[in-house]
Ligand binder design. Sequence first.
Ligand code: BES
Ligand code: MN
Ligand code: MN
Length: 454
Amino acid sequence: MQAWKEYQDQNKDRFLDELLDLLRIPSVSADSKYKGDVARCAEAVKEHMLKAGCDKAEVCPTAGHPIVFGEKIVDPALPTVLVYGHYDVQPADPLNLWHSGPFEPVIKDGKIFARGACDDKGQMFMHIKALEVMSKTNTLSCNVKIMIEGEEEVGSSNLGKFLEDNKEKLKADIVLVSDTSMISMEHPSIESGLRGLAYMEVEVTGPNRDLHSGVYGGAVANPINILCKMIASLHDENNHITVAGFYDKVQELTAAERKALNDAPFDLKEYADELGVKEVWGEKGYTTLERTGIRPTLDVNGIWGGYTGEGAKTVLPSKAYAKISMRLVPNQVSGEISDLFTKHFESIAPAGVQVKVTAHHGGEPVVTPTDSHAYKAAAKALKTTFGKDPIPTRGGGSIPIIALFERTLGLKTVLLGFGLDNDNIHSPNEKYDVVNYFKGIETIPYFHKYFSEQ
Ligand code: BES
Ligand code: MN
Ligand code: MN
């Protein structure tokens, strides 16, 4: 639509400046040191919602960080789109690997560098700007509700209750989320599924205190050695996960579904080169796209114990620790997998050590339909602005609340993401391409338009 493009072009610089201002707020949800900044960010998001034309917007307190909710009701008889996103970000460390400050956004080579540039401030802000475009040009063809939370990166533990308590307020026909990636600007795509997550922490205890590794070494089980052995045994020679019962519920795809998945444009050499690895790694019998899209995984996220300071200290440590996450696929259940892992991990511990396993947050996998009116509206919107039909893909990441939208509110979701896999989300030098930001703002109004044409 001409009016949208004109309005966007006339306000381009401001649209960018406003995003940069938002990126300057270090809204790190995991670190209590930033609690005030998280709250400040919520206020800023609320102000932007009002400026974009929301009839009302509010910062809703929770037991953790606040949720920002706004809405513009054009006509209760029209369909309603519930936009979801998050204004919280991951911690920025390791700081020394950033080329510029994580909360001092810079634009270089057409890319915005900052923590949250892509995940998810840049992407959720496209929806606020798209709402501004539609309301200022009097072209909004449906009702819009926007819910932007501040705890996605720490497991959304208070959002589930918010959904339960606010079913009426959140009443809608579809959930629209931009917090995923697409293949490339040349190949627009829509993720039609996300993996679930089970996140564990393990503690292995050997002797009752740290020991001299000469005096006692060789006579007592070293918990770090043991932990490494236990972790190594969690994959077999084919890189299958050995946790008993782990694959019992895994849904196998049909040959046709697997073929469709592997038909997506993908260059294995380019993929490996870009990551700086000579060869990819993974479960035997599956391609890389299958390994990240439709297969469950188990990875150590962190491991520590003993002496890690400067120089050498000869010590046989008393304890060793690791954080281990598992990505889940339909129909695995996060709680069940946590239990299976706990039992398995306890069962493989030798008698010389004690293990303690605890579960952190989790989330359920989701698959979104690709034959629905909403999916077709998203596909048509991308076709309109990219000139190409989008390819359905499966995303490897997790957004735990999506499963609850369906379970609690009875709502399906469309994952209209504009990030790229190499945007360095959760990493140093996170970036979001300026063109992706503007393409998102351009595309979103078309979703609303086509979705309203029931
Ligand atoms: N936006 C990501 C998830 C994502 C990224 C999905 C790219 C698909 C493609 C989200 O913010 C995220 O990082 N989720 C966490 C889970 C959460 C419980 C910490 C994840 O996937 O690790
Ligand atoms: Mn995200
Ligand atoms: Mn994230």
